[in-house]
Design a protein around this ligand. Sequence first.
Ligand SMILES: Cc1ncc(COP(=O)(O)O)c(C=O)c1O
Length: 377
Amino acid sequence: MIPCQRHLFDIPDDVAYLNCAYMSPLMKPALEAGTAGLARKAHPWEITPDKFFSGSDEFRATAAQLVDCTADDIAIVPSASYGIATAARNLHVKKGQCILVLEEQFPSNYYSWQRRAEETGASLKIVAWPEDQDWTAAVLDSLTPDVAIAALPHVQWTSGGRLDLVRIGEACRKLGAALALDLTQSLGALPFVIRDVQPDFAVAASYKWLLGPYSVGLLYVASKWQDGMPLEENWIQRANARDFSSLILYTESYDNGARRFDMGERSNFALLPAAVRAMKQLLEWNVAQVSETAGALNRRLAEAAAEMGFYAPDEPLRAPHYLALRRKTAIPKELPEMLAREKVFVSIRGSSIRVAPNVYNTVEDCDRLIACLRRIG
Ligand SMILES: Cc1ncc(COP(=O)(O)O)c(C=O)c1O
């Protein structure tokens, strides 16, 4: 368990922010790193050509450490949707085959597949919400020989349901199906190791559990796809990018590994240092410990909420850091605003109250949410 890390964040004592699944607060050291990065632009003469590469190299190396792959396997992307679109552009599927997604999957990991299915004559196969809350079993049942691509998360975002990606990865390999992952609601709070799952592509936006800024993320690309087609063509993905004077000697060759999939202006001088600082902090804490710490707060919440008629799947079917509370009677849509008036912050997603604590939360934050729910009824 990690002792409460609130001192690293700028969260007033009277704010119970239990909404990391919406957006994490940026920790002070990451804010400082980002601010210093933004300030560089006031003195562009100090932004020497090597700076276009050093920040990106550090981002790639740190991201690679988090998922245990090599820096060459990481591309820098602006969003989860960009990473998913890259995967959809490169993975093979044809008429008569299908692409597997979950019911209520996040739109950024849905629309690209819907389009790919339309373009190829393939179909989408949607795994129905399992009554027993076991998303892993439901996915394994749905992995039939006609599945060409399984496009999945680690945590289903409206239920908190956790998928056993090691077993699913194994089943995909047996079937010859590709595996594309959106780890945005899990990476940083749920351990994930590339070698154990062996996905083809895996993306995570940085602004939630990676505790980073908005508009940057990491994309893992398995080596077998690293000669694929990027979404855009820009100068810095190419092999001659480091020699600014010869950029107009156009080349067919890309830079090594997954770098060809980098977004344009990937060397973002403000966002990358902030994202790197946050990932380094996660590495220092250790993601398994983050999971334990958030999990303990959620268990306390789940127990107290159960006394008021709320229910959620138990671990391990539910990810420890992610609690989606449901009940038989409808939850008022305006509940988040009612709670916000009390400076308690959660979200409503689908038909559940989504509670997402992290290492800056205290037991008192959880108790305040419970007290508010009791009062509001
Ligand atoms: C599961 C999941 N994936 C991705 C995102 C963000 O997607 P994007 O980076 O495309 O805006 C969210 C945001 O709520 C999410 O919940």
